[in-house]
Design a protein. Sequence first.
Lengths: 164, 164
Amino acid sequence: MQTSLNVLAQWILETPLHHAIIASPWIFPAAETIHFMGLTLLFGALLLVDLRGMGFYRRIDFASAHKLIPVALFAFLFILGSGLTFIFADPERYFVNIAFQIKIGLVLIASLNALAFEIWVFRPYNAGKAAIIDAFSTRFMSGLSLLLWVMVLILGRSIPYVEV
Amino acid sequence: MFEFLEALETTAIGEWVAVSQWGYAITLASHGLGMAVVVGITAIIALRILGYPKGIPLQSLRSLLPVMILGLALNTLSGIALFIAAASQLFYNTAFQLKMLAIVTGLIMIVFLDKLFLKPVSVMAETSTSQEPGRNIKILAFVIILIWWVSVVLSGRLIAYVGE
């Protein structure tokens, strides 16, 4: 694992993209700004969808709240793009960072959780099984989603403070 | 003034945030989480006012404000702690001053948005169709999210760069 990450880091360090990012005074701060704008949009959208999934805001019907998922995915693309910019700027800094490693792991778990939600909750709900929205598993997955993204945010903010 | 700002930095809070190993990281993580909630909820309210997703009742938007205020409390308290820890530098930092101005402007505009639209619409019947916001309300919502994104997020990031 560690060696393949080393190989990847060495490969990144030889790409033109890496050189372009470190040569520019504004690409990194611009990526930081996009990362932050994206995370607020992602967070806002998921906050509403997940709180509704947990059983709050019942006057908003779930199908309408769910229309914010494309907004969250749109924001995620910007977060991913700017996040890759950070990695391409300094891969060796991030790959060895424990907060970064846990963060990426939690992003993967949160994505799988969202996918499972789409398949086992939203599809049946959309097909007419309205009662599924009040099932324990729906509330659990919604709460888990919110918890995971809060932890992702906190871990991301911690990356500079756990460096050795 | 400068003496007062330096005195702030030597208070227990200032010392804990600036010196202890986890103080700064924990405070910064709380600050980021609070920001994500405040700006995220604002973004979703603005998006709905601008027309998407129509299925979310306009009447329900006001009920998102308590969540936003929770985020604002977390953001403000951690922000005050961060300020205390570096008061003598931040106070004279142009990016920081612009950020404060943007926050106050944004908050005043949200109060206006609530008085002019969110509150009156929250008591209307959901069946009435003449409740979609007029052009001025849409512009107000758009400007709020613009101020918070461009100014707060951007200058928040830039404090570290401009200050050096």
